[in-house]
Design a protein. Structure first.
Length: 275
C-alpha cells in the first residue's frame, strides 16, 4: 500500500485567456529541486478534475522526486464553465490553444505531461502538434486516438447512470458546474460525427520519449490504442499493460502505475543530466 510521508499542496486559480482555472501545486516538504528537474503536469480524464486525482499527485511527487501540477480544465472542478455544446475537436483545441498557455503560467523550464484518457489524448496532440522544447516526455494512461465502439457503448451506459442513477449526485461533489462537465463530454462522444474522430496522426510527429499504461479490462478502450502508438511512433516508446485493470490504472493499480512512471522519469532525468 502506497503512503505519503511529507508534501505540500497548494490549490489556487490562474487566469488563462480570461478563464479562471483551478490548479494544484504539489511539492515535497523542504525540497530543493535542481534546475533540470521536470514538473509533471497531470491532465485529467473526460469527467475528471483536480480532486478526482485523489492522492495520486502526492504519491507521484514522492515517488519521482518531481513537483506535480494538476489543473481542472474549463468546465470541470472549480474552474470556470464553458459554452456548450463542445466542438468535436475539443481535445485538439485544448492541446494547441490552452495547454501551452497553462505551461507558460506554471513557469517551469521542463515538463513531463501525464494524461489520463481525454487528458492523455490532449498531451499527445500537444507534443505532436506544437514545437515546445520544454516538454521532455509523455505518460499516457488509457489514451484515446480514435473512436472505438466499446467506448461509445460505455459512455451510453454512463449517460443512463447520470440521467436515472446517482452519478450526477456523486459528480456534483467535485464539479461546480456538473451538467457542463458531464454534458460537454458525453454529448461530444455520443455525437454521430464523433464516430469518425481520429487524431492518431499526431503520433507520427512525437519526438519525445513516451510511456503508455493500459489496463486489459478498460471499459472505454482496448489495446488497439496502444498498438496504434507502437506501430507509428519514431520516438522511444515503452508500455505497461496491467492485467484485469480497468480505465483508471493510477487508482486501480496504483503501485504498478507509480513504479512504471518513476522508472520512466528517472531515466529521463538521467538523460537530461548527460547534456
Amino acid at each position: 500500500m502506497s503512503t505519503v510521508t511529507g508534501y505540500s499542496s497548494d490549490t489556487r486559480s490562474i487566469d488563462i485567456n480570461g478563464c479562471q482555472l483551478e490548479v494544484q501545486y504539489t511539492a515535497q516538504l523542504n525540497a530543493e529541486y535542481p534546475d533540470n528537474t521536470p514538473v509533471i503536469v497531470l491532465l485529467h480524464e473526460g469527467l475528471g478534475c483536480v480532486e478526482l486525482w485523489r492522492q495520486f499527485p502526492q504519491l507521484l511527487c514522492e515517488r519521482t522526486h518531481c513537483p506535480v501540477v494538476a489543473y481542472s480544465r474549463a468546465g470541470y472542478g472549480s474552474s470556470d464553465p464553458v459554452a456548450l455544446p463542445r466542438p468535436l475537436d475539443y481535445m485538439t483545441r485544448e492541446a494547441i490553444d490552452v495547454l501551452p498557455v497553462v505551461l507558460d503560467a506554471i513557469g517551469a523550464r521542463r515538463y513531463i505531461l501525464a494524461g489520463h484518457s481525454d487528458g492523455a489524448t490532449i498531451a499527445a496532440v500537444n507534443a505532436g502538434s506544437t514545437t515546445d522544447y520544454r516538454v521532455r516526455g509523455l505518460v499516457l494512461l488509457a489514451p484515446h486516438f480514435f473512436t472505438e465502439p466499446k467506448a461509445v457503448a460505455a459512455i451510453q451506459k454512463t449517460r443512463d447512470q447520470y440521467q436515472s442513477g446517482d452519478l450526477r449526485e456523486r459528480l456534483a461533489r467535485y464539479h461546480k458546474h456538473v451538467d457542463v462537465a458531464f454534458n460537454g463530454w458525453c454529448d461530444a462522444w455520443l455525437s454521430p460525427g464523433f464516430v469518425e474522430w481520429n487524431v492518431a496522426d499526431c503520433i507520427d510527429y512525437l519526438r519525445v520519449p513516451v510511456l503508455a499504461i493500459q489496463g486489459t479490462a478498460d471499459e472505454y478502450g482496448t489495446l488497439a490504442q496502444i498498438d496504434e502508438i507502437r506501430s507509428r511512433i519514431y520516438a522511444p516508446f515503452e508500455q505497461t499493460i496491467i492485467t484485469d485493470c480497468g480505465h483508471s490504472p493510477h487508482l486501480e493499480a496504483t503501485e504498478t502505475t507509480l513504479s512504471s512512471i518513476a522508472y520512466f522519469v528517472d531515466r529521463l532525468i538521467a538523460i537530461e543530466q548527460l547534456h
